[in-house]
Design a protein around this ligand. Structure first.
Ligand code: IFM
Length: 465
């Protein structure tokens, strides 16, 4: 009796020091608790001495010298072992990272860089030795430069086959140890680099939208086939960023506009993958921009997958004309993105209905908030908004799960503050702070809470933070 009292007192003391509760979540016994990063955003070590070829991002930043770039990033290439120890202390059961294609195949095809391949060998081995499951993404936006420019990048179907060859190389090398794979991260954002200027390669040509998106899905299909031919045991999926679009009012026009924007920007990937056809709005756009679909493409694209990664950050709200309107009174992050966790459960529940019986298990492969952080005099980063944000989104997952969605894991974005692409280092998403001059890592309060939450959920001893 007295023991029970003591331990509950201890629990309430711990809980009181965090901005969000600690409790066992109703997310299933084998729920995966992870954090995500991507190669270019954290690795650094981009120079020729590492045998890595340039990616489209080196060119992008060379052309825009006023911007932060990823030559050093978080110095993870050099600090990999230290970073894995930090993940272990936090109790993560999984770590999602990406392999940099130009690090292992400097020209995008042909020649391989043994030094680069060996780096990921060490990372994978280190994770496994510390009880952390690796979740590998093959493409998180860093296309080898040699395939871009006059070679067309993702506008050229040759790139799809090169990608499948690269995927096969990775499965041959790491498939004995890596069980969970994703082909691509966020197709819609890769496309954004072709139709706009804010991401590499920055081509600003809206007519390329459907061709690039379709080629990415074809590349996914080719890679899937090649990977499975090598290893039939591994689990393979794809990661989409999904931004639900909701109407600003009750009018039929606003509902139609919201639906159309959702289909055009996001659902077309889901439809291609799970229904083997694109929505009419996308087919019309394809026709208008002269996109060629080859026979067999949709069958290739809609092969069954083992998991769907969902990256979730925000919803959009549109008026009758389809214009995105601000939400009165909304709290927004550094990115200007509305914080609204209930929109995540609404979206997942809606997907469950629309793709009933078609969806594989879902992992939330990214979710997080860029918040202005300050290192306090006590050396800690007190980030209650981020802590509450993560907790609220976990509660949203519980709700979706209660409605029958098969949600298997959650990965915080990001493990550490990193290069937010063309927006630089000022947008801080990490649950771990990275000092920009020393690269010293400090687990933020949100990261400490997350560690305690994982331990509580798994019935383990509280971590020492
Ligand atoms: O930093 C990015 C990441 O590379 C992809 N998903 C969204 C994150 C935040 O913008």
């Amino acid at each position: 009796m007295s023991n029970t009292k003591k331990s509950s007192k201890k629990h309430s003391r711990t809980a009181a020091s965090f901005a969000a509760p600690l409790r066992k979540m109703a997310l299933g016994r084998h729920f995966t608790w992870g954090a995500s990063t991507s190669a270019y955003q954290i690795e650094g070590a981009t120079g020729p001495e590492y045998g890595r070829g340039p990616s489209i991002w080196e060119k992008y930043f060379e052309d825009r010298p006023h911007l932060d770039h990823g030559a050093v990033a978080c110095g993870h290439y050099e600090r990999m072992r230290e970073d894995v120890q930090m993940m272990k202390r936090m109790g993560l059961t999984a770590y999602r990272f990406s392999i940099a294609w130009p690090r292992v195949m400097p020209d995008g095809h042909g020649r391989v860089n043994e030094q680069g391949l060996a780096f990921y060998d060490s990372l994978i081995d280190e994770l496994l030795a510390n009880g952390i499951e690796p979740y590998v993404t093959l493409y998180h936006w860093d296309l080898p430069l040699a395939l871009s420019g006059e070679n067309g990048g993702w506008t050229n179907r040759h790139t799809c086959q090169y990608f499948a060859d690269y995927a096969a190389l990775c499965v041959k090398r790491y498939g004995d140890r890596v069980k969970n794979w994703a082909t691509f991260n966020e197709l819609e954002v890769i496309v954004a680099g072709y139709i706009g200027d804010g991401l590499a390669p920055g081509l600003s040509n809206p007519a390329l939208r459907v061709q690039v998106g379709h080629n990415l899905l074809v590349a996914h299909g080719l890679a899937l086939r090649a990977m499975r031919a090598i290893n039939s045991e591994i689990k393979i999926g794809i990661v989409l960023n999904l931004v639900p679009v909701e109407p600003a009012n009750d009018s039929k026009e606003a509902a139609l506009a919201a639906r159309s924007l959702w289909e055009r920007g996001y659902a077309w990937y889901l439809d291609g993958l799970f229904k083997a056809r694109y929505p009419d709005v996308v087919l019309a756009e394809a026709q208008a921009s002269g996109v060629v679909f080859e026979p067999g493409d949709m069958a290739l694209i809609s092969q069954s997958i083992d998991m769907l990664g969902v990256n979730w950050y925000l919803r959009l709200v549109v008026d009758e004309k389809g214009a995105v309107v601000p939400v009165p009174g909304a709290t927004v992050t550094q990115m200007g993105w509305e914080i609204n966790a209930s929109a995540l459960s609404r979206m997942l529940i809606g997907m469950g209905k629309e793709y009933k019986g078609l969806l594989p298990p879902i992992y939330i492969t990214e979710n997080g908030a860029a918040i202005d952080d300050v290192v306090g005099e006590d050396g800690h980063v007190h980030d209650p908004v981020r802590t509450t944000y993560i907790y609220d989104h976990l509660c949203a997952l519980e709700k979706a799960r209660r409605k029958g969605l098969d949600i298997r894991g959650y990965f915080a974005w990001s493990l550490m503050d990193n290069l937010e692409w063309s927006l630089g280092f000022a947008k801080t998403f990490g649950i771990v702070h990275v000092d920009r001059s020393t690269l010293k890592r400090t687990v933020k309060d949100s990261g400490r809470w997350y560690a305690h939450m994982i331990a509580r959920d798994r019935g383990l001893k509280a971590p020492k933070f």
